[in-house]
Ligand binder design. Structure first.
Ligand code: C5P
Length: 235
């Protein structure tokens, strides 16, 4: 996978809305897309196969978190979908992460990239302390989870663009940082709290940015996608 990818979050309830969005792109332009729980649970594996058939690279964002045996077997089934990137929750622990890698690796030794969610960006300091009973400060918790993922062979983490530089410093430059929370300088923030523009995210050490509404809800989604790619490439 190239570094500096713009990944479009297909946060749609079904095929119709998804294909309406993708059909606006000309034949030769195939954005890297993210299929999350909403679309996957609505349409199942057939939507992954169809977008693959159309030539899209795919991040399957299902955030697995279960006992190691279940995660191994599930990853093994999902590996047949031939996606480019998958993820899980680092809080499932090192045995679960190792089982996931094992399940994801195909008989020929190939596998999709596997990245870990550290702490969800919707988890704030109070929830971490009062509900999850974690006294370690948020940033150190995120870095420790990232370090644990790296130490057990994962390829990177999903994190806030504001954490990307610190993750690189702790886990090494090759460890991928995949960051949502991207907004244009003149756009709506919506429900995201800590946001960055594509250009600042590139300078902050983000390898891949995940962009949803600034592209999918734009008056001209294709132009918004191209603007995002240009800004992230520093043009
Ligand atoms: O529309 P927006 O650009 O905010 O979409 C961001 C995408 O990234 C959504 O699919 C959201 O679920 C996902 N995401 C996120 N924050 C995380 C993990 C995933 O916004 N910590």
């Amino acid at each position: 996978m190239n570094r500096k990818e713009v990944i479009v979050a297909l946060d749609f309830p079904g095929y119709r809305e998804t294909l309406d969005f993708l059909d606006a792109f000309p034949d030769g332009e195939k954005p890297f897309v993210k299929i999350g729980m909403e679309l996957y649970y609505a349409e199942g594996p057939s939507v992954v196969r169809e977008l693959r058939r159309r030539g899209h690279r795919i991040f399957l964002d299902l955030k697995l978190h279960d006992i190691p045996n279940t995660v191994r077997r599930t990853m093994s089934v999902l590996s047949r979908l031939d996606v480019d990137m998958m993820n899980l929750h680092a809080s499932g622990g090192s045995a679960m992460m190792e089982a996931a890698l094992d399940g994801l690796t195909r008989p020929d030794g190939s596998r999709p990239l596997l990245i870990a969610v550290t702490q969800l960006t919707s988890t704030d300091a109070r929830t971490l302390k009062d509900e999850l009973l974690i006294d370690t400060p948020m940033e150190e918790t995120v870095l420790r989870y990232a370090h644990n993922a790296a130490a057990h062979g994962l390829d990177g983490v999903v994190c806030s663009p504001l954490e990307a530089a610190a993750v690189k410093a702790r886990c090494g430059d090759k460890f991928l940082t995949v960051t949502p929370g991207i907004r244009f300088a003149d756009g709506d923030i919506g429900d995201q709290k800590r946001v960055m523009t594509p250009a600042r995210a590139a300078n902050a050490g983000c390898d891949c940015i995940v962009v949803g509404r600034p592209v999918t809800q734009a008056p001209d989604p294709v132009e918004a996608y191209r603007r995002c790619v240009r800004e992230f490439a520093g043009e």
